[in-house]
Ligand binder design. Structure first.
Ligand SMILES: C[S@@+](CC[C@H](N)C(=O)[O-])C[C@H]1O[C@@H](n2cnc3c(N)ncnc32)[C@H](O)[C@@H]1O
Length: 509
């Protein structure tokens, strides 16, 4: 491990992922639901956002592509993360984003404009107390009054169950020689063997064997960055709240809107117990104990303004939503982190059909008799659930759409080109959502073929076969060019019929 990593795992990059949690429309929706005034700039697409510890920087790059009137600062001390995203930014014509190869300490010495939003994803639990103090100082100095912080962290008490697993992986990875990915694979195998023997912690703790099995399907990059850092601290929510107060930050609520629907996870008796706490941070911590939460995504505001009930209602009424799947793909029962949730067709059918037409404000939805009959609370609750489960999303306002479309088109062209070689961010920037839309490599190759006016199945096969990829059909591998191209032709027809219309509505095709 070299000196600059400050105890953070070195020699292995983080996974390439795009996260939706701090996209501006979602932040605004969550803040409004919690009764806070969202920063005006964030609502209008004119804001400054920072992402310290941005990893490969793909989320910041995508948001920059979707929000040309906003400004982004993303930084990470790992030069290979920054090199890759700078190349993407240059190819995608991003003039509004800086990707800095800096440590948190370097960044804290920098001056810059005040920030409307800061995202700390995958950082707080995985860096030292000194680095958290540096980040707090940045937040204290640079987050604008009214600004918002998104922060994720490993939470207590749920993480307690995984602490010995982390120790086991750290100990086993430190032994033996070979490359880190090989040592990680051996350490996970070793943990699985211990789990198979049972006994002690392995037998007495719910979910441990399952977590080890899940690790077998995770990349070494994920496991290294989740478990192998010198610092790895899980927090009670109340301690995070008290710590953030040093930067004048106040807890605003859960970033994932459905996490505020207490009745989903708690009985009325449990809710009554949580309500006995006068301190909201304690009440939230009691809820975490009753649900055994192991990971939190929280929003904090600095000098946030409380909305009155009428203004909150008015802002929610204006918020527009769109469906992210075809209306007939909406499930009747959704699998969620807290179990299976029914989506009764009497409400979800008309709602899905309305949202599939294009962006609809809550007020416009409630003007439809088929939805009004269910009442406002039920419709809003359904929107909270659909949004949290990535089946629907809030959109940006109509204003500025043309400018966002031009910028997203430029950025998406660069993203699509990367899918020729599998070097994939896996998401396109939607000017309507101001956020990402996931696409598979094959979908990206179909879209790229359309841009180039070339035959899609042959184009996709050319690039997939260069990587030794063959398709499957009904559990059988397609052998040879003819069978693979026939399968790609079939998939392209299905894509044109079902996915393309949706991607067009979202402005990514
Ligand atoms: C788990 S990754 C999360 C990346 C990104 N925020 C995301 O969610 O995809 C944490 C990142 O923080 C960076 N990091 C850790 N300590 C740092 C420090 N002291 N200064 C700058 N970056 C740091 C690491 O290089 C890593 O890319």
């Amino acid at each position: 491990m070299s000196g600059w990593t400050e105890g953070y795992v070195g020699g292995i990059d983080y996974i390439r992922a795009v996260y939706r949690d701090w996209s501006p429309a979602l932040l605004c929706f969550a803040l409004t639901l919690h009764g806070w005034r969202p920063p005006e700039g964030l609502r209008r697409g004119r804001f400054t956002m920072a992402e310290p510890g941005c990893g490969h920087g793909l989320t910041s790059a995508l948001l920059a592509g979707a929000h040309p009137a906003a400004r982004f600062e993303a930084m990470d001390f790992n030069p290979s993360h920054i090199a890759g995203v700078r190349r993407l930014a240059a190819d995608g014509g991003l003039a509004n984003a800086e990707f800095l190869e800096e440590s948190f300490a370097d960044y804290a010495r920098r001056d810059g404009p005040m920030l409307d939003a800061v995202a700390l994803h995958g950082v707080w639990s995985w860096v030292s107390a000194e680095n958290r103090a540096i980040l707090l100082d940045v937040l204290r100095r640079r987050l604008a009054p009214g600004g918002v912080l998104f922060v994720s962290y490993n939470a207590l008490p749920g993480t307690l169950a995984h602490m010995p697993l982390r120790r086991l992986l750290v100990e086993r990875c430190a032994e033996g020689d070979g490359l880190l990915p090989d040592r990680i694979a051996r350490a996970v195998d070793f943990a699985a063997k211990m789990a198979a023997q049972g006994g002690g912690w392995l037998a007495g703790t719910d979910g441990v064997a399952e977590r080890i099995e899940q690790l077998r399907r995770k990349s070494a990059n994920y496991i290294a960055h989740e478990y192998l850092n010198g610092d790895w601290t899980a927090f009670y929510h109340a301690d995070v709240v008290r710590g953030m107060a040093a930067a004048k930050l106040e807890f605003a609520g859960a970033a994932v809107p459905m996490e505020q629907l207490d009745d989903l996870a708690l009985s009325s008796a449990q809710l009554a117990l949580a309500a006995e706490a006068h301190d909201p941070a304690q009440a939230e911590t009691l809820r975490d104990m009753m649900t055994n939460r192991s990971f939190r995504r929280d929003l904090f505001v600095k000098g946030g303004e409380r909305l009155g009930a009428a203004e909150r209602r008015s802002l929610l009424g204006e918020t527009r939503f769109i469906l992210l799947v075809a209306a007939d793909d909406l499930p009747e029962v959704a699998s969620t982190p807290i179990g299976r949730l029914p989506f009764p067709p009497a409400l979800y059918h008309p709602l899905g059909e309305a949202l599939a037409e294009g962006p609809q404000s809550l007020d416009a939805l409630l003007a439809r008799p088929a939805l009004a009959a269910h009442g406002e609370a039920a419709v809003l609750r359904a929107l909270i659930l659909l949004t949290s489960l990535s089946l629907a999303a809030p959109t940006m306002p109509e204003d500025g759409l043309e400018e966002r479309q031009a910028s997203a088109d430029r950025f998406n062209a660069a993203v699509l080109e990367r899918h020729r070689f599998g070097d994939t961010p896996g998401q396109l920037a939607s000017p309507l959502l101001g956020a990402g839309v996931p696409v598979s490599r094959i979908e990206a190759l179909f879209l790229l073929a359309a841009r180039r006016g070339t035959e899609p199945a042959a184009f996709a096969w050319h690039h997939l076969s260069a990587d030794g990829i063959a398709l499957g059909r009904d559990g059988e591998r397609c052998e040879g060019e003819e069978a693979n191209r026939a399968e790609l032709t079939r998939r392209h027809a299905a894509f044109v019929q079902r996915r393309l219309p949706l991607l067009q509505k979202l402005g990514v095709a």
